[in-house]
Design a protein around this ligand. Sequence first.
Ligand SMILES: *[C@@H]1O[C@H](CO)[C@@H](O)[C@H](O)[C@H]1NC(C)=O
Ligand SMILES: *[C@@H]1O[C@H](CO)[C@@H](O)[C@H](O)[C@H]1NC(C)=O
Length: 317
Amino acid sequence: MVFIHRTWVLMILAEFVIMLMSRTTEAKVPAVIVFGDSSVDAGNNNQIPTVARSNFVPYGRDFPAFGLRPIVPAYLDPMYNISDFAVGVTFASAGSGYDNATSDVLSVISLSRELDYYKEYQRKLKAYLGEAKAKIVIKEALYLMSLGTNDFLENYYTMPDRRNQFTVDQYQLGARKVSVGGLPPMGCMPLERTTNLFNGYECMEEYNMVALSFNNKLSGLVNRLNKELKGIQVVFSNPYQVFLGLLKKPSSYGFVEAETACCATGMFEMGYACSRLRALSCEDADKYIFWDAFHPTQRTSRIISDHLVKTVLHKFL
Ligand SMILES: *[C@@H]1O[C@H](CO)[C@@H](O)[C@H](O)[C@H]1NC(C)=O
Ligand SMILES: *[C@@H]1O[C@H](CO)[C@@H](O)[C@H](O)[C@H]1NC(C)=O
């Protein structure tokens, strides 16, 4: 468990991507192209040898309750091909981060590897749609980046330069509408609270401070990129305050439990540990802010994604 519990695998944006997909039928944005970690990995890790997976129950338990809305397909999923990927694709990999060393911890797909897959995708898209049409999709698509927590919880600290390089890299490949995701109050994840037992299981303030300071730098970077790169629109999708609001006043949003997770004992399990103890899992995940020790429930994700779409991403839709 020592291994798994360090993986930050947040699902906040998974649902948010679904929402975007359903709106894009009105099509200001012809495609949604996603890079990141478990928050937006729709199955890439199922195709690689790693323990950072969740293709077993209780994961997915409530998924059909979701309705039959499309999800953004995983690039490595053999169920899909370029005709699906032409309107949406995720290169994300649970356990990944901005730093190469982060993805090495659980042998998952590094961000630079995600970018290599994206280049391959561009070639396939050109073969499928023709050069001219593919260029329009690449230029008009919305690019979402959702990662960073693993860099801290697995790797402790990272260099701002690497983020910079990556976004500029995307830019050079044609991306123009980019959402960069901020970090949540990660000191309040159930696992972090569990390690704070001598302080009454309070949030680990130190981790929250790190998230705030990282978000500040990211916001500065977003401003700089908007000034420096011609024709780009980068937005900063910051979940921190809205998430903290839920944690502070869970009952105002209809939650009954904010500190422990639905899955297993709710204190430290995720991934395979969650599966082993699933008999202990809660019945109604909608009453919980967290699904497992590191990931919010669908309901939490929905609230956060609604907020981000309303406040930030609406300009693309
Ligand atoms: C993609 O898969 C569908 C069926 O799943 C098939 O009909 C279609 O021809 C495939 N397209 C390409 C470009 O391979
Ligand atoms: C990350 O690894 C790739 C090779 O897998 C390498 O090309 C790239 O330069 C590395 N990035 C950094 C920032 O070290």
